[in-house]
Design a protein around this ligand. Structure first.
Ligand SMILES: O=C(O)[C@@H](CO)OP(=O)(O)O
Length: 258
């Protein structure tokens, strides 16, 4: 029987989703379309009568902005919002800033798909010569983490995302859910995929086929042990959702949608 409802949300479209560049730990804001997506998501959740008690975001502005816009559209701005680097997007290492379609041209679409969606392939690490290294690691937000800056990732596979996310999930989020609070996690494509893999016990092979569109709430109904009692529900117009998933998948193709 369903005991708890959990909502996962990939932030609305960011400026670099639009430019088809790996964004990862670069702190891009939402695009105009991304703002609208987040507002529409909030309106839909309000219409369907959902109420949150706690919201968790990453330290990246696009996930925080999305949470604010959703709460504003729902008239629930007062809900406590907690932020952690452990919900950040996967660290794409040296791939950060690169254009996915150009990479597909240079390395092949299969290789790009493996970099983007495989479970245990870690991209090459970022180093100090990378154009975004200083911007990321000199940012004051990363001095506030529960690990020293030097121990923050320099590149991550999905498995490594799950490794850094799980302690936070178990120690901080799970007690909230078990106390009866309805939780929204406003995070990123790959941090949400990592959590889905864990909650739904998705195999390493099958997680490759899981892609989340921007700005679409994913509802999980969980039993008392936080095991899903039914398949995840992506809320909204199903045809539009399928088109949005395909668009994200096609970003890794040579002829990526503009
Ligand atoms: O740019 C990124 O960091 C992610 C999306 O947030 O890209 P991808 O969809 O390729 O995993």
């Amino acid at each position: 029987m369903s005991k708890y409802k959990l909502f996962l949300l990939r932030h609305g479209e960011g400026a670099w989703n639009k430019e088809n560049r790996f964004c990862s730990w670069v702190d891009q804001k939402l695009s105009e379309a991304g703002v609208v997506e987040a507002q529409e998501c909030g309106r839909l959740l309000k219409e369907q009568g959902y109420k949150f008690d706690r919201v968790f975001t990453s330290l990246l502005s696009r996930s925080i902005q999305t949470a604010w816009l959703v709460l504003e559209a729902m008239g629930q701005e007062w809900i406590p919002v907690t932020k952690s680097w452990r919900l950040n997007e996967r660290h794409y290492g040296a791939l950060i800033g690169l254009n996915r379609a150009e990479m597909a041209l240079n390395h092949g679409e299969e290789r790009v798909k493996l970099w983007r969606r495989s479970y245990d392939i870690t991209p090459p690490p970022i180093d100090e010569s990378h154009p975004y290294f200083a911007e990321i690691y000199n940012d004051r937000r990363y001095s506030t983490c529960d690990v020293p800056k030097e121990q923050l990732p320099r590149a991550e596979s999905l498995k490594e995302v799950l490794d850094r996310l799980l302690p936070y999930w178990n120690q901080v989020v799970v007690p909230e859910i078990k106390s009866g609070h309805t939780v929204l996690i406003s995070a990123h494509g790959n941090s949400c995929r990592a959590l889905l893999k864990h909650l739904e016990n998705i195999s390493e092979k099958d997680i490759v086929g899981v892609t989340l569109p921007t700005g679409i709430p994913v509802l999980l109904e969980l039993d008392e042990d936080l095991k899903p009692v039914k398949p995840r529900q992506l809320l909204g117009d199903q045809e539009k959702i399928q088109a949005a998933i395909k668009k994200v998948e096609d970003q890794g193709k040579v002829n990526a949608p503009k």
